[in-house]
Design a protein around this ligand. Sequence first.
Ligand code: SF4
Length: 180
Amino acid sequence: MFGLPLLTDRDPMRRPLQPFSRQTRQKGSRLRGATVTKSVCPYCAVGCSMDVYTKGGELIDIEGNPDSPINEGTLCPKGANSFQLAVNPHRQKFALHRKPYSDRWERVPLDWAMNRVAELVKEARDEGFVPKDENGLLVNHVTNIGTLGGATLDNEENYLIKKLFSAGLGVVSVENQARI
Ligand code: SF4
């Protein structure tokens, strides 16, 4: 074929027409167009990296990060279920509160519970804050409050907990079930 341009398999002119409908062509991954934020699985010390997908501020998926040298895109069954932990119809949306001297628990809104916890933390800190020890050494600490985080707290939540309780309030005992 002298004189004609060389056509390769990469040339779109050579690609055979496929019998796809317009609807099929328009279909795509539900992750298309999502914002991807890198995170770390909170569950164990392996520290697998995660891609967290959000659209319009809503969490839509969590996958293993393929660029991570630790997990190369994989997650164990526990880490792979992180999305279901965050987005789940069984998630509790209220707290239970037993008033002083009451013999029953009552449902209270989460906002109310958060405010009550904040009030009690403030009270305890005001009572227990120690600016200097017995030798006059500056300590600025609190030993009458402790925090214990759970394994289902994510990396960012634990970062904020450490920042608030240690640097902010001076709490000495900050612990977490997950080894992060
Ligand atoms: S995905 Fe599994 S192995 Fe990886 S950090 Fe999370 S719990 Fe550990």
